[in-house]
Ligand binder design. Structure first.
Ligand code: SAM
Ligand code: SF4
Length: 326
C-alpha cells in the first residue's frame, strides 16, 4: 500500500526516536544546560515502539531509521532491533549515531539486523570536535567507524553539520575522505534550532558548500534512489565515495520529503518543525491499534508542504533536535 500526502509525496520513511538522552551535548543540537529529560515512564517502552512501527509498516512505511538522542545509550536496544527487523514488510532498517559506542556495539547491531549506519562527525580536529560536542573524544568516533566496517556494515554515511567559522574550514578535508574510501559524506546546512543571538549567521548554504568544494574537486551529479530522502548527491571525479548536500534551510528539501517522525515520548509529527505533534500514548494505553493507525494516516494527510523555520526563526524558542529525533 502506498501512503501519499496531500502534496503528492510518497511517504515511506519513519524516523523513530528511542530516547531523548545523549552521551554528547552538541552545541547545534542542545543548549549547554537547562534541558528537561523525559522521566523513564514518559518514554515509550520497546513494546510500544514496536506497535507504532508495525502499524506504520502496515500503512505503507518501508524504511525505519532508529534515532534519538543517542540511540545506543538506551539499554536493551539490541533485543528491540531484533524484533523490529523481524517485521516482514520492512524493507530497510537503519540507524543514526554519534559513533561513540560503536566500538562495542557495531557487531551486535549488525547481527540484530541494522542494514546501514549514519554517523555524525563534525570535525576531524580533536579540539574542534571536543568544542562542538562539549567534551566528545574524536578518537572513539574514528574507532567506531572502523568497528562498523569490521562488523560488515556497508560504507558509512558520515553527516557533518557545517557551521561558519566553526568547522567550515574543513569542507575540503571531509570531501577528501571520499577520494579513497567509499564513504558518503553528507554536508548538512546548520538549522538554528537551539537559537541564541546570531545563530543563523552560522549557516553555510548548500550552494556555497558545493561551490567551495567544486572549486577544488570537479563534482558529478548522481541520481538518488526513491528511499534516499532529501540529499542531493555528487561524486568527485574518480572518487571511491560520494558527497551529499542536505539543505533544510535553503531549499530542495521539503519537495522531496518522504518522512514522518515519532519522538521517544510518543509524539508523531509530519514535519520536524510542526508544532506539538499528536500524542500516540492515548491509543497505546487503550490498546487501540485502529486509532493508532488512523492517527498515523492523519499525520500523513496533514503533512505540511514545507517547513517555515527560516521565516519564523526570530520568533521561535529553542527546539532541541535530541527531543524530536533529528
Ligand atoms: N545522536 C545521533 C547523532 O548525533 O547522529 C542521532 C540523533 S541527532 C539529533 C540526528 C542528526 O541531527 C545528526 O546528524 C545531527 O547532526 C542532526 N542535527 C541536530 N541538530 C541539528 C541542527 N541544528 N542543524 C542541522 N542538523 C542537526
Ligand atoms: Fe547527541 Fe546527536 Fe544531539 Fe549530538 S546531535 S547532542 S550526539 S543527539
Amino acid at each position: 500500500m502506498a501512503l501519499i500526502d496531500s502534496y503528492g509525496r510518497r511517504i515511506n520513511y519513519l524516523r523513530l526516536s528511542v530516547t531523548d538522552r545523549c552521551n554528547l551535548r552538541c552545541s547545534y543540537c542542545m543548549p549547554a544546560d537547562g534541558i528537561a529529560k523525559l522521566a523513564h515512564g514518559e518514554m515509550l517502552s520497546y513494546e510500544e515502539l514496536l506497535r507504532v512501527a508495525a502499524e506504520s509498516v502496515a500503512l505503507g512505511i518501508e524504511k525505519i531509521r532508529i534515532t534519538g538522542g543517542e540511540p545506543l545509550v538506551r539499554k536493551g536496544l539490541i533485543g528491540f532491533i531484533e524484533r523490529l527487523a523481524a517485521i516482514p514488510a520492512l524493507r530497510e532498517l537503519v540507524l543514526t549515531t554519534n559513533g561513540l559506542l560503536l566500538g562495542e556495539m557495531a557487531l551486535p547491531l549488525r547481527r540484530a539486523g541494522v542494514g546501514r549506519l549514519n554517523i555524525s562527525l563534525d570535525s576531524l580536529k580533536p579540539e574542534v570536535f571536543a568544542g562542538i560536542t562539549r567534551g566528545g573524544d574524536l578518537r572513539r568516533v574514528i574507532d567506531g567507524i572502523a568497528a562498523a566496517e569490521d562488523a560488515g556494515f556497508p560504507p558509512a554515511k558520515i553527516n557533518m553539520v557545517v557551521m561558519r567559522g566553526v568547522n567550515d574550514d574543513e569542507l575540503l578535508d571531509f570531501a577528501a575522505l571520499t577520494l579513497r574510501r567509499p564513504y558518503t559524506v553528507r554536508f548538512i546546512e546548520y538549522m538554528p534550532t537551539v537559537g541564541g543571538q546570531g545563530a543563523s549567521a552560522l549557516c553555510v548554504t548548500g550552494n556555497e558548500i558545493l561551490e567551495r568544494i567544486g572549486r577544488r574537486y570537479p563534482l558529478l551529479p548522481l541520481v538518488s534512489s526513491e528511499m534516499a530522502g532529501p540529499s542531493r548527491n555528487f561524486k568527485i571525479s574518480g572518487a571511491a565515495g560520494a558527497i551529499g548536500i542536505i539543505t533544510p534551510i535553503s531549499g530542495h528539501f521539503c519537495d522531496s520529503c518522504n518522512r514522518i517522525r515519532v519522538s521517544a515520548a510518543g509524539l508523531v509529527r509530519g514535519c520536524l518543525f510542526a508544532d506539538g505533534g499528536i500524542d500516540l500514548r492515548q491509543y497505546l494505553d487503550a490498546g487501540d491499534d485502529g486509532g493508532l493507525r488512523e492517527t498515523l494516516r492523519r499525520i500523513v494527510t496533514g503533512k505540511p508542504g514545507r517547513h517555515r523555520l527560516a521565516d519564523e526563526e526570530a520568533g521561535r524558542g529553542s527546539i532541541p533536535m535530541s527531543q524530536i529525533g533529528g
